[in-house]
Each structure stands twice: as structure tokens, then as C-alpha cells.
Design a protein around this ligand. Structure first.
Ligand SMILES: [Zn+2]
Length: 167
């Protein structure tokens, strides 16, 4: 029995997307040819990586040079564009706290005028954002980070926000 190329790649990459290193569900995993087959790239193991479907279609037939530019343009943590179904917040992994922090900020940015006005509602909205998978301790540390970075200002029971602009 032979192993499919995608399975070999997924095994070699520890089940993570080559570009963003997020866990890659089999339904999202595709073979990306670094040098596109349209540009003469081969199916060799060395020319292939497993990555998210959405990113694969975005990279399309770009040259390797253009692809590198796309990756470098992210200036640091590379995040693949995710299709809606794969965009569930990540709550595990070593970067869990940072990812959650970014998610909370993104959520607050999106909510604009409907942001929670009290600590209590802010906490429950963060909890529901993560589908109640946060421990009380994790919630407090998220809130602590939001306060210490000046994004959330608490006066008595009231909460105001200073959401940083999109980078
Ligand atoms: Zn990815």
C-alpha cells in the first residue's frame, strides 16, 4: 500500500500547515507546489508542501518569488487566510494566549458601537467568543493583558476601549 503524497507531507509537517503552522484538518489540507506545475514544477517531495486550501488557491500560479513576497509581507507571524469553516478560534498550542488576545481585539474592533460596557458583560462576551472553553484563570489573564496594554480601561464598573488600528 502506497502513502498518498498529502499524507506523507502532513506526516513530515507534524499535521501543521507549512506556512502558518496551525493544525491543518484533513479537509483543509492541500498539496501546494512551491514551483507551480504550470511553471515546470515537479511532484517531487522537495517541491511540495501541505497547506490550507484557501492559501493554496490564493498562491495559485504565482512564481516562487511572488510567493515569498506574500509570506514576507505578513511581517512576522504568518497567518493563512482561512475559509469560514476553518476559522474557529484556536484555544490550544504554545501561542494560545497571544492568539486569543488577537482574537479578542479583532472581535472588539468588529463590534465597534456594540462593545460591552461593563466588566461583567465584557467577560461573558469573551467567554462566548471562545465557546466557553476558557478557564477563569485564562479569562483573567486575557483581561489583565488587555488592561495592561491600555486597550481596555476600567473605571468602576464601566469599561472603555482604545482598540489599536489594524496593522
Ligand atoms: Zn495555513
Amino acid at each position: 500500500m502506497s502513502t498518498k503524497p498529502i499524507d506523507r507531507l502532513m506526516f513530515a509537517q507534524g499535521g501543521l500547515c507549512f506556512f502558518c503552522q496551525d493544525p491543518l484538518p484533513p479537509s483543509e489540507a492541500t498539496v501546494e507546489h512551491l514551483v507551480a506545475t504550470a511553471n515546470g514544477g515537479t511532484n517531487d517531495f522537495d517541491n511540495c508542501v501541505a497547506c490550507c486550501k484557501t492559501l493554496n488557491s490564493l498562491l495559485g500560479h504565482m512564481s516562487l518569488k511572488e510567493k515569498l513576497r506574500v509570506v514576507l509581507n505578513q511581517k512576522g507571524d504568518f497567518k493563512c487566510p482561512k475559509s469560514a469553516q476553518a476559522a474557529a478560534p484556536k484555544t490550544t498550542g504554545s501561542n494560545g494566549v497571544v492568539d486569543r488576545f488577537e482574537l479578542v481585539i479583532a472581535d472588539l474592533r468588529k463590534r465597534a458601537a456594540t462593545r460591552p460596557r461593563t466588566t461583567k458583560t465584557l467577560k461573558s462576551s469573551i467567554k462566548s467568543l471562545f465557546k466557553k472553553q476558557l478557564t477563569e484563570h485564562e479569562l483573567e489573564s486575557l483581561l489583565g493583558k488587555l488592561k495592561s496594554e491600555g486597550i481596555v480601561n476600567v473605571t468602576g464598573a464601566k469599561v472603555t476601549y482604545e482598540i489599536p488600528a489594524v496593522k
